[in-house]
Design a protein around this ligand. Structure first.
Ligand code: 4NP
Length: 166
């Protein structure tokens, strides 16, 4: 399939070693399960540069593996071209979204930036995906619970709004 016809999603968090690589894997599995693998390109990136080239945090990998997700992404930082290259850019919390919008150059680029929290359905007390970096196991489980819920909802909406996908 022509790469330009794929719908592309970039998940973004602060370090690109916990939340956004997990979101990438969760969404990839949902897309695969729906038989839409060749219709999507899914990637992740970080606002910060601290972990460039690193695998996801060991704790995130262990918790994800228990649910059948292998996290093999290598961290990278968000770059200016991402705002043209991707159809949708999804920040995990309000600070990520603010940082992303600050990096945009046009209204069209700004319109591509959304927040994962806006797609959470089953956890009404959460309006963002909280940073688990300084949390215990329950923080990583919460990230996966929120991402599985929000990605499913986000994928439904993308498919409804884009005739080219199905
Ligand atoms: P993430 O978590 O944004 O979900 O990848 C973090 C990972 C590392 C740092 C902060 C948040 N850090 O400051 O190094």
């Amino acid at each position: 399939m022509n790469e330009s016809l794929k719908y592309s999603i970039l998940f973004v968090c602060l370090g690109n070693i916990c939340r956004s690589p997990a979101a990438q894997a969760v969404m990839q599995r949902l897309v695969d399960e729906r038989g839409l693998t060749d219709r999507f390109y899914i990637d992740s990136a970080g606002i910060g540069a601290w972990h460039i080239g690193d695998l996801p945090d060991k704790r995130m990998r262990v918790h994800a593996r228990a649910r059948g997700y292998e996290l093999t992404h290598r961290a990278r930082q968000v770059r200016a071209a991402d705002f043209d290259d991707f159809d949708l850019i999804v920040g995990m919390d309000a600070t990520n979204v603010e940082d992303l919008r600050y990096k945009t150059a046009t209204i069209e680029q700004q319109d591509k930036v959304v927040m994962m929290g806006d797609y959470i359905r089953q956890f009404p007390h959460y309006d963002h995906v909280p940073d688990p970096y300084y949390e215990g196991s329950e923080g990583f489980e919460l990230v996966l619970d929120l991402l599985e819920d929000a990605c499913d909802n986000l994928l439904d909406r993308i498919i409804k709004q884009n005739n080219r996908i199905q």
